[in-house]
Every structure is written in C-alpha cells, then in structure tokens.
Design a protein around this ligand. Sequence first.
Ligand SMILES: [Zn+2]
Length: 87
Amino acid sequence: MSKQKHTMEKFDGRCCICRGPIAVEYGHWKLGHNADPIHVGHGRCCRLCNDGLVIPVRLASAFQRKINENFPGNPGGAGDVRSDPEG
Ligand SMILES: [Zn+2]
C-alpha cells in the first residue's frame, strides 16, 4: 500500500501562493484551502488566493475538460487558431 505524504508536516501557516499568513476560519480552521491545481501536491493557500486564483483556475480547467469531451477532434478547444505552413 502506498502512504500518501501529508501536506501538514510542511505547513508553516503561510499561503503557498502569496506567502501571506493564513487566517483562522470558521473559528478553528487554520489550514486554509487546498491550493490544487496551482500548487499541486503541497501547500495550502489563503482564502484570498483560493477565491481569486485557485477556484477560477479550477473552473477553467474543468471547463476545458468539458470542451475536450464534447469536441474530441479539437484538442485546442475553442479559439484554437491553426496555421497551415502549406497554406
Ligand atoms: Zn495567498
């Protein structure tokens, strides 16, 4: 079995994105937010970075995945401009 390394042991109470201190939330929660996919596999982020960066990136990648599912022949997704050198 594989034991997943916990991010907790590395956690220094600071946001892995902006390096600012992570505030206590909900009266007791001091581990901030999961920074995936901006910081994959390690680190926690503050609420500002979570709301302003992590969530939009997560939504965008989910959206991109949906595009790829619905238009499998178009790997670049919408707005992909292909230049044809033979053209
Ligand atoms: Zn931050």
